[in-house]
Design a protein around this ligand. Sequence first.
Ligand code: SAM
Ligand code: FES
Length: 334
Amino acid sequence: MNEIIEKAKCFHKLDKEEIVSLLKNNSINKELFQTADEVRRKYVGDEVHLRGLVEFSNICKQNCLYCGLQKNNGNVERYRLSEEEIFDFAQKAVGYGYKTLVMQSGEDGYFSTEKLVKIIKKVKTLDVAVTMSIGECPKEDYKAFKEAGANRFLLRIETTDPVLYAKMHPNMSHENRMRCLKDLQELGYETGTGCLVGLPEQTLESLADDILFFKELNADMIGIGPFIPNQDTPLKDAEGGTFELALKVMAITRLLLPDINIPATTAMETLDPKGRLIALQSGANVVMPNVTEGDYRKKYLIYPGKICLNDTPAHCRGCITGKISSIGRTVSKD
Ligand code: SAM
Ligand code: FES
């Protein structure tokens, strides 16, 4: 076996140079993916955890250069769900068997702390774990959401390279993003982060730093997705990330953080029709099917080619369960 992969498998530790050499060398990919799969099985088992994703607003005050929800994009039809709709979708998702819901939105100022607290409390009456993914907030807000019952928070660092971060995120700061992640951990959230793979000018060295950052932060969940250029953003002509490189970053992350949750991301399946299944066999153990109903799912267009836009949550639930069984894995009942 490749010595570096062997070392990572046994000690779950690599230095930057070793990570870069794995990222550079494509002849070891098969071995890397198989080893990440073995480590996943040993530490987190064969169960796949499903999280139902409620995309409750596509309105955003930020202008991340890569994101289709960015404020400057005039081509996206904006929506925000009412409290009743959010609860209705959450209730239906619980009916389909979801035990965790992820409440995701752009940074939409309409949803004040009070409104979100009310929504979280109501959703918690359904006896589900609640994950928030609503971007950067002051610590007091994160505290209020936690006290209302939120259990987890997802906030990708996107890139740990401060120069690239500044270029990609006008009027945002890398420091504040880091502050948010620290605050979330201090408040006792199960904290998830992650990165985009294939941003313009992003280097393999910078991706290695991202992986080392995940380890240093001791995150509970890491979501890694390829950057897919959106025609309605300033990065429309960028090359974008590849499925293979995103999969490699994910597999190395599994080797270094053996017992965390790693989703097989929707963006991966956008680039490869079997993307999520391949990811589940290369280190991932979570899938986040969309439980937003109706036309809304077509409007939450972060990047083009997003999967399942015309499907219903009921269909997605059955479809993903079938796919998971087809690779000999089971959906967790926890
Ligand atoms: N506003 C929240 C936040 O910033 O965390 C959550 C919503 S945001 C749309 C969710 C994730 O979408 C981001 O963390 C980013 O990594 C991903 N994303 C945005 N644009 C993308 C693109 N063009 N390709 C792939 N993923 C993208
Ligand atoms: Fe909304 Fe980046 S465009 S948080």
